[in-house]
Design a protein. Structure first.
Ligand SMILES: [Zn+2]
Ligand SMILES: [Zn+2]
Length: 323
């Protein structure tokens, strides 16, 4: 016999939660799963380091590359440029909470503090279990770091009665685009991007329940990245400001070779705008600024080229900024 009550219309993802009360309520609107997800912690993005390139500088106040996602309050650290441990603490995440690390590629501005971050989390005595993901070579790098610190680690294990950090980390390598990991909170996929001479350089996409976030890593203009980022809420993309590079060349003819390298392996602000427009993202966040140590470049200058091609929201990233 048909029920007299109005038809219950709910989204599939929200269905289970409403079945309990289905006999007593009539829901006519499609329930946004984001409302339900609000019971959990919303996905947060915090830029830990926004400078491109390996040099250290205090002029722009930018640390080397790293981005933090907090998904259901669990940290996902993408890249470990120098200073990442300190910046995590500065962002309010204590190192005993370290859980997931993702490396985009083997350039020092992205992985110089990878091993040290593992080490620093070990010294918290909580010995968190860490899963580290990255292109082929990450396992060797992890092993080499622990060998580099072997004397100290072996000494402390005996003297301080603490666990072995070499057992706390599990490395997951890959050498092609695809699914990287998935758990109840997020699905992470990778896309191989264009960063010669490095062939194993990747972008990551995090599809959480409430937000989809794409991080470009280091790449030249890559239309496939726009497809990869299709429909994402936030695209965090590296940015290169060409007029400043020309200034560099004029000051130093030897910079010509550096300029050539930068042009084939990074993305101009105009092209970042193109990618964001093609992807149709809501918010574009600029990061990994090249040059990253020129304090004279204003936010307006970083935005200018992007705006020619992208009409959405543009954020000029700053260290410890939350998006
Ligand atoms: Zn870089
Ligand atoms: Zn690079």
């Amino acid at each position: 016999m048909k029920k007299k009550s109005r038809k219950l219309t709910i989204c599939a993802t929200a269905r289970r939660q409403f079945l309990i009360g289905a006999s007593t309520i009539a829901v006519t609107a499609c329930v946004d799963p984001r409302v339900l997800y609000a019971q959990e912690k919303r996905t947060r993005i915090i830029l830990l380091g926004t400078k491109g390139g390996p040099t250290l500088t205090t002029r722009t106040g930018r640390s080397n590359a790293s981005t933090l996602l907090l998904i259901n309050d669990v940290p996902y650290v993408v890249d470990c440029g120098y200073g990442v441990s300190r910046q995590l603490i500065n962002s309010g995440v204590s190192l005993d909470r370290l859980r997931y690390i993702f490396i985009t590629h083997d350039h020092s501005d992205h992985d110089l503090e990878y091993g040290a971050l593992l080490y620093n989390s070990w010294t918290t005595r909580q010995s968190p279990r860490v899963d580290a993901y990255g292109p082929i070579g990450l396992r060797r790098m992890t092993r080499n770091f622990f060998n580099y610190m072997k004397f100290d680690i072996d000494t402390r294990i005996v003297d301080e009665g603490i666990g072995d950090p070499r057992r706390q980390v599990t490395v997951h390598e890959f050498n092609r685009s695809g699914l990287v990991m998935q758990n109840q909170d997020v699905k992470v996929t990778s896309l191989r991007v264009r960063h010669p001479p490095i062939t194993q350089s990747y972008a990551y996409r995090f599809d959480a329940k409430d937000r989809a976030v794409v991080i470009s890593g280091d790449t030249a203009y890559a239309p496939e990245l726009a497809r990869f980022a299709k429909g994402a809420d936030v695209l965090i993309h590296e940015a290169m400001y060409l007029p400043a590079l020309e200034k560099l060349i004029q000051q130093n003819p030897a910079a010509k070779r550096l300029r050539e390298h930068l042009l084939v392996s990074h993305t101009s602000t105009e092209d970042v705008g193109r990618i964001a427009a093609q992807a149709g993202v809501k918010t574009l966040v600029l990061t990994h600024f090249v040059p990253g140590d020129d304090a004279s470049i204003t936010d307006e200058q970083w935005i200018e080229g992007v705006r020619k091609n992208f009409a959405g929201s543009i954020v000029v990233g700053k260290d410890l900024m939350e998006i």
